[in-house]
Design a protein around this ligand. Structure first.
Ligand code: 5AD
Ligand code: SF4
Length: 480
């Protein structure tokens, strides 16, 4: 506090790695720090505090943290030379999984904070402030940190203690409704870093969605590690994701809804019906399958076969013609044979994806697969990944080309790269650019797709002529 009683002006630089849930969490950390006088800055050199919001899902993602901490040590040292303090915090899943290792390998870190403890950030920041400037390590000359560690899974939910989201997030917003996972896939750290499944109550979700819309959101993506396992408390007991989406769709001005990330096992009839009935629910679904081999799916503990996945896809496509899918794939899970890999390629050909993320299996400490005896050689994984990605890339390009000539609603989210251009997203989340007035930003307007770039589409404003929206021109809408 300054002598006037107002919080002193300070700046926090938050660097976000990993998933959209981390993006959401970073905003919440900014909110929790605002009453302490911290304003966000994009410029790390101006920061009084740096938070790395980290990802532990694959080894590469986790390694980045330690190299970044090396650079931040130098910044902290430079600032100390000028008599200034730099508070360093590591948050997110690396903090949760490797908290003790962080304080040992990077003793200049002040705060290590797991993803369920963000509401306790102000208390930790206050403790760092009370400790004041610490003398450098006499041997190494490196700056010293407070090394405060908070990686419990508190009984209370952070959502009950975080302040209301202060600022809007703009036209397309994220809203975390569910956290953690009880599925325990063989390869995945999430159940260990984020803890067991927790769903926010319906009323809290609706209130936050209304605030986001009041701040200009036209599209909301509801998020969860396992979002379709959502079972938040409603007025008359727990409510599933399908019913929650119906409630969200009633919010005036909320034109578009998405949800991510889903598990094929939790696609129930209620969710399928939401795809059939809600025009707000966009026709693109991210549904990770990981592998097309029943043997590997069983080893992964996914709880479904390749055929069951295809049946889920069929049900969804029947409910919402025009629905496109994206997915996640892992190559080289322990025990994966050439035949298993072929089964993944076959599934991709059979389903047809509008896009996908694909990864080499990365052994994560503490997960069952990491200890499996039959690890796949790196070179084999490289070759399989290249083959899988070539197929997925072809499918994505074919999908993008298939939109040429179609008229579809575009949500305009900002200006384009070139003067006079505006940028938006199609119902299928493809970035699209066109020449048009800046006044379009924040609105939805019909656009005709006229061209395809490697990662985006080119469009031209279409007359609002009553054409069926979001549908190929030659396709009838499904009967309700
Ligand atoms: N190795 C490789 N990819 C992984 N994923 C999760 N854990 C691992 C791992 N150990 C991938 C999965 C998941 C996505 C978010 O990250 O495909 O769906
Ligand atoms: Fe990880 Fe998703 Fe499996 Fe949960 S369902 S363990 S988050 S891959």
């Amino acid at each position: 506090m300054s002598q006037t009683g107002k919080p002193t002006k300070r700046r926090v630089h938050i660097r976000t790695y990993g998933c959209q849930m981390n993006v959401y969490d970073s905003d919440r950390m900014a909110d929790v720090l605002a009453p302490l006088g911290y304003a966000p800055t994009d410029d790390v050199a101006l920061a009084d505090m740096v938070i790395l919001n980290t990802c532990h899902i694959r080894e590469k993602a986790a390694e980045k943290v330690f190299s970044e901490l090396g650079r931040l040590r130098e910044l902290k040292q430079e600032k100390a030379g000028r008599g200034e303090m730099l508070t360093l915090a590591v948050a997110g899943c690396v903090a949760q999984a490797e908290g003790a290792e962080i304080t040992a390998r990077a003793p200049w870190v002040d705060i290590v904070l797991g993803p369920q403890s963000y509401h306790r950030l102000p208390e930790l920041v206050a403790r760092v402030a009370r400790a004041g400037a610490l003398p450098p390590n006499p041997q190494s000359g490196h700056p010293t940190g407070n090394r405060l560690l908070d990686t419990d899974f508190p009984v209370e939910s952070k959502f009950d203690h975080l302040p209301e989201a202060s600022q809007g997030q703009g036209i397309a917003a994220f809203l975390t409704i569910q956290e953690g996972c009880d599925k325990f896939c063989s390869f995945c750290v999430v159940p260990y870093t984020r803890g067991s499944e927790y769903s926010r109550p319906v009323a809290a979700v609706l209130a936050e969605a209304q605030r986001l819309v009041a701040h200009g959101a036209r599209e909301i993506s509801v998020l969860g590690q396992n979002v379709n396992a959502y079972h938040g408390e409603g007025d008359n007991g727990p409510v599933g994701l399908g019913a929650l989406l119906r409630e969200l769709a009633k919010i005036p001005g909320l034109d578009r809804l998405r949800y991510t990330t889903s598990h094929p096992r939790d696609v129930n009839d209620e969710l399928v019906a939401a795809h059939r009935d809600l025009p707000q629910l966009m026709p693109l679904l991210h549904l990770p399958v990981q592998s097309g081999s029943d043997r590997v799916l069983a080893a992964m503990n996914r709880g479904h076969s390749a055929d069951e996945f295809r049946r889920v896809v069929d049900r969804l496509r029947q409910a919402q013609p025009g629905l496109e899918l994206t997915s996640d794939f892992i190559v080289g899970h322990p025990g994966e044979t050439a035949a298993d890999h072929e089964a993944s390629l076959a599934l991709i050909r059979a389903v047809g994806f509008a896009g996908a993320y694909s990864f080499k299996y990365s052994a994560r400490p503490g997960t069952p697969a990491a200890g499996a005896p039959n690890q796949v050689a790196e070179a084999l994984m490289d070759a399989r990944l290249a083959e899988l990605q070539a197929l997925l890339r072809d499918q994505q390009q074919a999908f993008n080309r298939s939109r040429i000539g179609m008229t579809m609603d575009v949500l305009f989210t900002g200006s384009g790269r070139h003067p006079g251009q505006v940028a938006g997203r199609t119902p299928w989340l493809q970035p699209i650019h066109l020449l048009g007035p800046a006044g379009l930003i924040g609105t939805i307007a019909p656009v005709r797709v006229v061209g395809v770039q490697p990662n985006s589409l080119n469009g031209a404003l279409a007359a609002a002529d009553g054409q069926t929206r979001n549908m190929p021109a030659n396709q009838e809408p499904a009967p309700a």
